[in-house]
Design a protein around this ligand. Structure first.
Ligand code: GLP
Length: 243
């Protein structure tokens, strides 16, 4: 199991960005999974900045959004689609056909999830997922208690994130907000995963994920069983690990 610990947040952001660029340059037809949040935002912006000064070929890459907020329009900046577009994909001039993500609004989420899995199959699976980690161990929107066998699905959102979204968008509690996400089974099928965590608020869960038992109560603990998962932490997130 490869664990990289950086001294600073800036090194963490640069190192994670270079992982994406290295993959694109080595495998120009890659399918690359992306997550949104505080952990990955700078990484996306760094990839965009490097691309702008030293362009590399992304015309055959597929970018895949790992999860999406359900029941709110993409016109809101909080949707994963819009965040990924604005942080990185617009700068890389990624075409719509090169960016697959679950819809934020759908008449039938179950059909949308099946379609999404087919889109991934058509591209022969995911080469790399740059995976964020929730403070409670969630991956995507797979909250504690999610079955390890779960495939792409519509689920609940954790209350804290839901509150933040309502505050940012002004969407009232009359509209139910959920999350659509790759399931843990789909995530485990990726050929390579890089799990990213930075900040001291992630220190406890990083320890449980890597040095606790593999349990559905901590979805990210399943990564201990992945044959090609690397972990990238800054030193705050790694502070409780016994190495
Ligand atoms: C969110 C997203 C995940 C993300 C995680 C970490 O809820 N659904 O895809 O990786 O939480 O977020 P952050 O990086 O802001 O801590």
């Amino acid at each position: 199991m490869k664990i990289t610990i950086t001294d600073t947040e800036t090194e963490f952001d640069n190192e994670s960005a270079w992982n994406i660029i290295r993959t694109i340059i080595s495998y120009p037809r890659s399918v690359i999974g992306l997550s949104t949040g505080r952990t990955t935002e700078n990484m996306h912006r760094i990839v965009a900045k490097i691309f702008e000064s030293h362009p590399f070929d992304v015309s055959n890459v597929t970018f895949l959004g790992l999860d999406e907020i359900a029941n709110i329009s993409r016109k809101y900046d909080v949707t994963c689609y819009t965040m990924l577009r604005k942080q990185m994909l617009n700068a890389l001039k990624v075409k719509n056909k090169q960016f697959i993500i679950l819809p934020s609004i759908s008449k039938n989420y179950s059909d949308s999830c099946q379609l999404f899995d087919k889109e991934i199959e058509k591209r022969k699976g995911i080469d790399l997922i740059m995976l964020g980690l929730g403070e409670n161990g969630h991956l995507g929107f797979n909250q504690p208690g999610t079955s390890f066998g779960q495939t792409t699905w519509l689920t609940n959102m954790d209350k804290r994130l839901e509150l933040q979204i309502r505050e940012k968008t002004g969407i009232s509690s009359d509209t139910e907000i959920g999350g659509v996400t790759l399931g843990l089974k789909n995530i485990m099928h990726a050929r390579k995963i890089i799990l990213l965590a930075k900040g001291k608020n992630k220190a406890d869960i990083v320890k449980k994920m890597l040095q606790g038992k593999v349990t559905e109560d901590i979805p990210a603990s399943i990564l201990q069983l992945h044959p090609n998962c690397e972990f990238l932490f800054d030193k705050d997130a790694a502070q409780k690990l016994s190495l």
